[in-house]
Design a protein. Structure first.
Length: 229
């Protein structure tokens, strides 16, 4: 084979190889890459609510199988650090940083106080109030002050509160898996078939949740509390 024939053969082989590479790149490799890049990034979501308080709890939610009436409710509990829930004259009405400043290295728009109000169909009531502050040494919140009260309520008072919850759209529509990433308020409803916990990151715009909290506050003001601690 002469020199010219060898060169033609080499050139033809190069052109064939180049063509094969171009076909692979444009018609095989790029579509695969493009398809992979178009796949959405699926991020795992969490449904665990986080109270803006020193301790957080993971609620056990149960979807009501049937309609739950006010007469089915056996007890009601509100727990909140929403600062506007407290009396205007109270130090609990201030946010954590308004009361303690920023020197603790802890930030919260909620109150440093956490209140728990509980009312039972057996005519008993309980209230606790804790003032907490972040401890930089232990890296946890410490209880600075705590008060506990108890009281008696009437059947009519409990029924009125139960109706305000049972008739609320949030209670009617609550379902398992409702995504609440942060919450500053929790209402626990015990009824004849189980327990439902309603959570919300309450502010002045939460027009459906606030009326339920207001029902608790009104009853809190009506009854005569006795200091227990």
């Amino acid at each position: 084979m002469n020199k010219k024939a060898i060169m033609i053969s080499v050139f033809a082989g190069f052109v064939t190889a180049l063509t094969t590479c171009l076909v692979f790149f444009f018609f095989v490799y790029e579509p695969v890459q493009s398809n992979q890049m178009q796949q959405p990034l699926i991020m795992e979501k969490t449904t665990t609510p986080i109270m803006q308080t020193p301790t957080s709890q993971t609620p056990t939610q149960q979807t009501p199988a049937v309609e739950i009436k006010a007469s089915d409710i056996t007890s009601l509990t509100l727990e909140t650090v929403y600062k506007d829930f407290f009396e205007e004259s109270s130090k609990c009405r201030k946010s954590y940083n308004e009361l303690f400043g920023k020197g603790d290295g802890f930030f919260s728009e909620g109150s440093p106080c956490i209140i728990n109000l509980s009312f039972d169909r057996n005519k008993t009531a309980a209230k606790s109030l804790e003032l907490r502050r972040y401890d930089k040494a232990s890296k946890e919140n410490r209880v600075l002050e705590k008060s506990v009260w108890k009281a008696q309520i009437t059947d009519e008072q409990f029924d009125e509160l139960a109706k305000s919850i049972a008739n609320n759209d949030i209670f009617k529509d609550w379902r398992n898996g409702k995504e609440i990433f942060t919450s500053n308020s929790k209402i626990m409803v015990r009824h004849t078939n189980g327990t439902i916990q309603l959570l919300s990151n309450v502010d002045k715009a939460t027009v459906k949740f606030l009326p339920m909290m207001e029902s608790f506050r009104q009853l809190d003001r009506k009854i005569k509390w006795e200091k227990a601690q």
